[in-house]
Design a protein. Structure first.
Length: 458
């Protein structure tokens, strides 16, 4: 906050020299945060004063809408814009290009150097949300026959262009990945030891055409800072680093949370989203849920005669349907999260059904006993429910047990069903489950009432 105030003061005073000195002392993430918080005009002024290397690193950390605004601000300054684009890491540049309209991307591609243009075009050729879009070709590769002395000389010569030096990759004469070596192993080995002498053949890889979520799970499993990316033949194409995968995990988590809440995923931060965007993302789900609730009203009208004979049944209807909806929402949230982080796979549905059946029955019995006791207690203290109080209590207790069991089972199985047909499990959101259970709860409640209170309702 203090830095932002200083920057604003320097901009207002048109003290560009002082502003340049202040900005040059900041780390790239701090510069990015500052540029995000400034208004468009001040952000443009500040960004133009950044040293070239700092501008590129800060640009990579900005949200896409701010990136596009800064690109537009360069106008006809093609040399400066070309310098910025060429300095960006290939994976971050690809992510930026993905957000732009096709003609704009083509125009910006023309500003790249021939080598950077070839890299950008190749990365953009992979499917959207594939690992190929995340990878960077900036890595260090060595041959099995090289000595440690040759490896270190190679690293000194080409290492400054690498995204990371945590691992060095071993390839054969055709470019196939055969192993990876930690830098520590190289530094601690005698100079004349060959690479093949310390290779163990154990390494993890990603495939360029796989979904980005695969990379998230791989990094979680192996704990590496970077993983190599190969094609279907094992040819080394590039590497993916942990910082890029963290961005993917953050985006996927945000999308799932928004969808679980019954809204389409936002493609930008909430504070940057226009009101019309918020309406457009939320209205379809609300309309869908409204039609679902109309089924609830239809079910209610079907049992109008029973309500007329024993109005007290209506008192417990909100309690019944909310308990079923709550149990379903709990279950679907747990299962969606477990599927998202890889704790569960599609084939685990039967095991989950077994576990949730037991859990749902136990939870239903707990709520059913409480519901039964509440009716009996109120009758004893206030005489609220009359001569049929015990039958009403039984109806409430049985229905609560059944609807909680059903809600738990339905909420846990719907994400598996949705995933099996190839849709994001988060689509089976908590509001959707609750709405569907509402209708089922009404039918179950009045069916139980008809069975237990049959003579009373005639």
């Amino acid at each position: 906050m203090f830095t932002k105030l200083i920057v604003r003061k320097l901009i207002d005073d048109r003290n560009l020299k002082g502003l340049r000195e202040v900005l040059a002392e900041l780390a790239p993430p701090e510069v990015a945060e500052l540029v995000e918080e400034l208004d468009e005009e001040d952000a443009t002024v500040a960004f133009r004063l950044l040293p070239r290397h700092l501008a590129a690193e800060a640009f990579e950390a900005l949200h896409s809408d701010r990136q596009q605004q800064l690109i537009r601000a360069f106008g006809n300054e093609t040399d400066r814009l070309a310098g910025l684009l060429n300095d960006l890491s290939p994976d971050d540049r690809t992510q930026f290009f993905e957000e732009l309209p096709g003609p704009v991307t083509q125009q910006l591609l023309s500003l790249l150097s021939p080598n950077e243009r070839r890299i950008a075009v190749r990365l953009l050729g992979y499917p959207e949300e594939s690992i190929g879009r995340l990878m960077t070709p900036e890595y260090v590769a060595v041959r099995p026959s090289w000595t440690m002395e040759e490896v270190l000389a190679h690293i000194r010569r080409y290492g400054h262009d690498s995204e990371t030096l945590s691992r060095v990759y071993v390839v054969d004469d055709k470019g196939h990945l055969t192993d990876d070596l930690r830098l520590r192993e190289i530094l601690l080995s005698p100079p004349q030891v060959r690479v093949e002498d310390i290779m163990d053949g154990r390494f993890a890889t990603l495939t360029a055409t796989d979904d980005q979520e695969t990379a998230v799970e791989a990094f979680r499993t192996h704990g590496y800072f970077a993983l190599p990316v190969t094609d279907s033949d094992g040819m080394l194409l590039g590497i993916v680093t942990a910082d890029d995968v963290l961005d993917v995990a953050h985006e996927e988590a945000s999308e799932d949370i928004q969808m679980i809440g019954g809204a389409a995923a936002l493609d930008e931060p909430y504070k940057n989203a226009a009101i019309r965007t918020l309406i457009r993302k939320r209205a379809p789900w609300l309309v869908t849920l409204l039609f679902g609730e109309m089924l609830t009203a239809t079910a209610m009208s079907y049992y109008e005669a029973q309500l007329a004979h024993l109005v007290v049944l209506a008192f417990f209807l909100p309690l019944i349907i909310s308990s079923g909806g709550n149990s379903g929402s709990q279950a679907t949230t747990l299962i969606i999260r477990s599927l998202a982080v890889g704790e569960l796979v599609k084939e685990d549905w039967l095991r989950v059904a077994y576990r949730e059946s037991i859990s749902g029955l136990a939870l239903g019995l707990i709520l059913g006993i409480i519901g039964f006791g509440r009716v009996v207690l109120w009758e004893q203290v206030f005489g609220t429910y009359g001569e049929h109080a015990l039958l009403i209590a039984t109806t409430v207790g049985v229905t609560l047990t059944g609807i909680v069991l059903l809600g738990t089972l339905f909420g846990s199985m719907l994400p598996f069903l949705v995933k099996r047909i190839g849709i994001d499990p988060a689509v089976s959101s908590a509001p959707l489950v609750a709405t569907l259970i509402d209708v089922t709860g009404i039918v179950m409640y009045f069916s139980a009432a008809a069975l237990i209170l049959g003579k009373v309702l005639r």
